[in-house]
Write a protein that binds this ligand. Sequence first.
Ligand SMILES: [Zn+2]
Length: 332
Amino acid sequence: MSDDKFVPPSASRRGFLGSAAALAAGAVLPFGAPAFAKAPLSKTQPAYFYRFMLGNAEVTVVSDGPLPLGDPGTSFLGVPKETVYGMLETNFLPKDNVVLEQNIPIVNFGDRLVMFDTGMGFSKAFGPTTGRLMKSLEEAGFKPADVDDIVCSHAHIDHIGGICTADGKALFPNARIHISQVDFDFWTDESKLGSPLKAFIEHARANLLPVRDRIVFFKDQQEFLPGVQALAAPGHTAGHHIFKVASNGKSFAFLGDLTHHAILLTENPRLEFAYDSDPKQAVQSRVRLLTMLTEEKMPVMSYHFAWPGFGNLVKAGDGFRYLPAPMQLVPV
Ligand SMILES: [Zn+2]
């Protein structure tokens, strides 16, 4: 830093008075004194979980780690690439790599622990930063055996990936797995192993087939667990669902992959996503359900939004705006 740009605090009136007071007290001058706070950069982060109350239930969001999608121009379609880059730039987000979070809420209803989606597991298809679920669980004080139910929004690689180990052992020994039958049938279908979906099919088979006897299929509108209702949201996959989660008069919607990004698919919900099975149907589901949630003023818990993914949506122009809830680390 050059001297001509740096204005020391003592140049201001407040700083001058402060320095004068310090001198009067016999303190050491601020400049030229040795710095005792020298320390190496820690390069660590706090534990990857966040906790809040929902009625009588305690929600702990744990992370499977960030999932970098790379160039958004190849993932978000339906408008010129420049439009996508422009939306990111306007929001001070990098243009060259869209990074999605993987926010996994675990809801403790008092008598039951319910986890929503499971991350990438052993797949490294999106790089080394995913697959953190077990570490995050431990940081949050959970054991895998504590989980009673796993609810899957759909059978994509980053949602069912954390159910089994690479050699087919169930990671959650006591959990029942809830998913739509449409998605189970589609993504475990052996005949698709020769298709471009191969990696997705292989990972779904590796995670779902070993626990087939513990899989339960829910239906659209069904409250299949106390406080958990499924709502069909087809398009991203044919059997994709979102969930209303409620306790003692409070609720949120777990969005799964109804929208992947707080700006791109939310402010412009008619954008298409390259990983949608049926992009047009996905747009319809997204607009219909996000409209419903904004009218109900229901908070949302979003799997892929910025950590920890809890907030509210409001209508804004032809789309929606996401308002993240302030994180509170001490209840007030
Ligand atoms: Zn996803």
